[in-house]
Design a protein around this ligand. Sequence first.
Ligand code: ADP
Ligand code: MG
Length: 727
Amino acid sequence: MSGYQTRQTAIAAVTNYKPTTKPLNFSETSPADIFGSNVFTDKVMKNMLPQDVFKSLMKTKTSGEKLDPSIAGPIAAAMKAWALSKGATHYTHVFYPLTGLTAEKHDGFLSPDGEGGAIAEFDPKLLIQGEPDASSFPSGGLRATFEARGYTAWDVTNPAYILENPNGTFLCIPTAFISWKGHALDKKTPLLRANQVINKSASRFLGLFGNDNGEMVVSNAGPEQEYFLVDRNFYFARPDLMVCGRTLFGAKPAKGQELDDHYFGAIPRRVLAYMLEVERELYKLGVPVKTRHNEVAPGQFELAPLFEQSNLATDHNQMIMTTLKSVAKRYGMACLLHEKPFAGINGSGKHVNYSLSTPSQGSLYSPGETPHENMQFLVIVAATIRAVEKHGSLLRAVVASAGNDHRLGANEAPPAVMSIFLGEQLSDIFEQIKAGDLKRCKTKGCLEVGVDTLPSLPADAGDRNRTSPFAFTGNRFEFRAVGSNQSIAGAQVALNTMMAESLDFVCDEIEKIAKGDSSKLRDACQKVIQAIMKKHGHIVFNGDGYADAWQKESAKRGLPNLKTTADCLPVLTDKNIIEMFDKYGVLSPEELHSRQEIYYEQYSQAILTEALMTVKIAKTIILPAAIRYQGELAATAASLKAAGIEPTLGTLKDITAKLRNLQKNTAALEKLMNKVVFKSVEDEAAYRTDEILPAMLAVRGVVDALEDCVADDLWPLPSYQEMLFIK
Ligand code: ADP
Ligand code: MG
């Protein structure tokens, strides 16, 4: 189908759009009734399980105590009964391999009963452990293919749930995925480990202030998910979108996002209908979706849930991504989660709001009202400043991917340089502590930790500074560099481990100075904050992160600027990083090496696929269209000449020159792609970055120029204008 025909079909689809399902009616069924209806919640378990079993399970869930294996039997029985009552015929261990996707393999509950019939069975052993034939998942050398066994182990901390399909339902059991030697092959295992680690170090930290009451300190995440929607007719007419997730070609539309008229604008009817259904599906799964709005780019939207403890928030974010994609099809649209589907238009990220909290204290990043609370608050913020300055490169590395490079490495928010936004008031407080010496302080009005009560700090209004990759927003930090398509696990593993290390550091230092004497605590905190600010304070930056001036200034401050994934991945096996992860038992050196290798391969593969697609589209879709147009022009010129009219040949010459360039640039890219043997994965990644990407861009340059001069009815691909604006 030509682009012209696709456009007609898409326009008809939009203008004739009618819901295919019965309209949702929230007054008949209130969202509160739907919420969690497909989840094996604590409440359901409390009703179905013997009291001692339920109590034992809750202990494991809330205080991290080891699971008593004897309770698996009754839980499996209850889970099966509940799932059957919801119409489930199958169960699956859901896990999160290093592809970043969600994996599942279904098994039926039915077993032969030996008398020609069948009974529904669910062996408790299958609840605790599964054994998918998982040889095809990336393991980075941790598990040779001949030792295909990987185990899925039940994650008791997250609830099981039911997924629906028009033809039936199945039970999903969240699991960790590990090799037979116990290596983490997934995103969840290190997160569970990092959660334990941060609990231990943060509890020690709270103990210094007399605030460790035995409660678990948990890390929380509130991920705001951005995405694009395009009509499915366009999607299928763009092989680059289908295969690579982003457009490899596309001339700049006459109107982009310059007018900022999309942000928070009225949500188009079909899109809103879609959002309502996405939300209803997510309510059923107990995902607390809260906010929806148009984003900055035309065709871009955002969905944000309320924050939850990080492991649950991570599973829920995976469900959000799956649901966004699957529901879009029902509304004749495709949901694009790629970080940069359209060049020249804002990309999509995931702002991960991060905090540490206990049930009785709430967020440890809340300033609090008494001097004592202030002291604890100021020290934990200082520990965060130290962590981000020390391990900023790690934070950059855990969000590195071929897709996210188009955001972070390019001239858009947030930049690749990691810095912290504290806001003016909080920065001022830290600057004062840094400059303050205790004696002069009072007279000069300097802040003394814990004596003065902090002024109330305004929460970041959102638009005050949206250019910072790591911004304090009143009672949490917002990490904005995560890609829209990525699992949020990696970022949280890094944050929790860095924070554990930094909190242990401040505890050691404070203990050294105060020596257990509580009257010296204030002075000790002051000194530690001061020292941290002197050494690491240059990571604080409240200005415009997009500006060229910051690129220069950050270089002067010695902050790393890792532009591409190829620049970032070496960080994962940096000596300090290996030591830190090993010391805390979050990732072993072997696990880090395997991850690094996998991410290198994924990166190179992504670019290779894009390059292959670039050549294919250039040769088989663009070239023929441009030649057709050239032919038309030539034929017209010949007829004019025959009629005795001297033709003007400007356009024909222009097209001919562009066609030559297209062939030349495509051939150059193909030639570069012939290189297939590399010394190492690093070598290959560098080659893909330095040679292949620019050659692809050269092809794109000519194609986009052709799009602006070939006759519109001959142009074979839907244009940016159409994809972005026809909703
Ligand atoms: P904005 O667009 O202004 O950043 P949103 O309302 O879109 O705000 O998203 C804010 C996110 O931060 C939500 O997921 C919210 O639940 C989460 N959040 C709020 N408080 C905390 C906290 N203490 N810790 C972690 N996340 C939080
Ligand atoms: Mg935000």
